[in-house]
Design a protein around this ligand. Structure first.
Ligand code: CP
Ligand code: NVA
Length: 301
């Protein structure tokens, strides 16, 4: 059978994605009960990081350890990748040594090339264009708190970045309506939006975009690699802050999510993460459980 990769949410069918979320919830229960569950025994995950990470690194590494396997952290600073060894070569070499490879990098095309040459599953742990692993955790969190997200309304606030693009894919795969509220010039990928116009629409007016919604999501104004644009972006995004007052416009059972790290006083008010509608800590923990389900799907299916 052809090896499966997880480069975007479109690599799995809607049915597979929903099964994965159900499985993530089961695996969370197994862990909370302290039941030994080691489907990854003698398996190794290679983890290539070309950008910083806290949650992604720790959740993948802990997931492998808890499932009886092992993870190897590979930074571009101290591997030959950082000295120019082609990804095509690295992909073939690592495929002979590990059972699955996770990559966090800049250009999305790099991970596509890597996957083309790899003979083991490749997981996108964030590129400039997509962050699908985060969406698994977000979808798990919504399911746990409010049940199915199908036919619900989700509002993305702020930058049309990698997280926003992944929310567009999620709208298609999980069947919700996505409203995107961005300042002019910071909209998500045009083609992606055009191809998903049945379930994703731009609503620059923030109050209108949040009105009656079931989930509000935001992210930093300047992503990794855009640090030099921070000052300009802070001006452009100034009126796109999520606060408890803004959340009051949403549905009375609305939730708030943020992939983290968050910048209090920028994309969120200083008190937003402590608001009762915020589920960000549960969302962060669910990275662990959702990725266990993903690793199990890719490596033991
Ligand atoms: N949300 C997320 O991916 O966090 P890290 O950058 O810490 O991995
Ligand atoms: N959009 C952010 C997400 C961080 C998890 C970034 O790419 O830096």
């Amino acid at each position: 059978m052809a090896v499966r990769h997880f480069l975007t949410l479109l690599d799995l069918t809607p049915t597979e994605l929903n099964q994965l979320i159900t499985r993530a919830i089961e695996l969370k229960k197994i862990q909370k009960e302290n039941t030994l569950f080691e489907p990854m025994k003698n398996r190794t995950l290679g983890m290539i990081f070309e950008k910083s990470s806290t949650r992604t690194r720790v959740s993948f590494e802990a997931a492998m350890t808890q499932c009886g396997g092992n993870a190897i952290f590979l930074s571009s600073r101290d591997t030959q990748l950082g000295r120019g060894e082609p990804v095509e070569d690295t992909a073939r070499v690592l495929s002979g040594m590990v059972d699955c490879i996770m990559i966090r990098t800049f250009e999305h095309s790099k991970i596509e090339t890597f996957a083309q040459y790899a003979s083991v599953p490749v997981i996108n742990a964030l590129t400039d264009d997509y962050h699908p692993c985060q969406l698994l955790a977000d979808m798990q969190t919504f399911q746990e708190e409010r049940g199915s997200i199908k036919n619900k309304i989700v509002t993305w606030v702020g930058d049309g970045n990698n997280m926003c693009n992944s929310y567009i894919n999620a709208a298609k795969q999980f069947g919700f309506k996505l409203r995107i509220s961005c300042p002019e010039g910071f909209e998500p990928n045009k083609t992606l939006l055009e191809n998903n116009k049945n379930h994703a629409q731009l609503i620059p007016d923030l109050a209108k975009a949040v009105s009656g919604t079931h989930l509000v999501v935001t992210d930093v104004w300047a992503s990794m690699g855009q640090e030099e644009e921070q000052t300009n972006r802070a001006k452009a995004f100034a009126s796109y802050q999520v606060s408890p007052n803004l959340m009051d416009l949403a549905d009375k059972n609305a939730l708030f999510m943020h992939c983290l790290p968050a910048h209090r006083g920028e994309e969120i008010s200083i008190d937003m993460l402590d608001d009762s509608r915020s589920v960000v800590w549960q969302e962060a923990e669910n990275r662990l459980h959702a990725q266990k389900a993903l690793l199990e799907f890719l490596m033991t299916a």
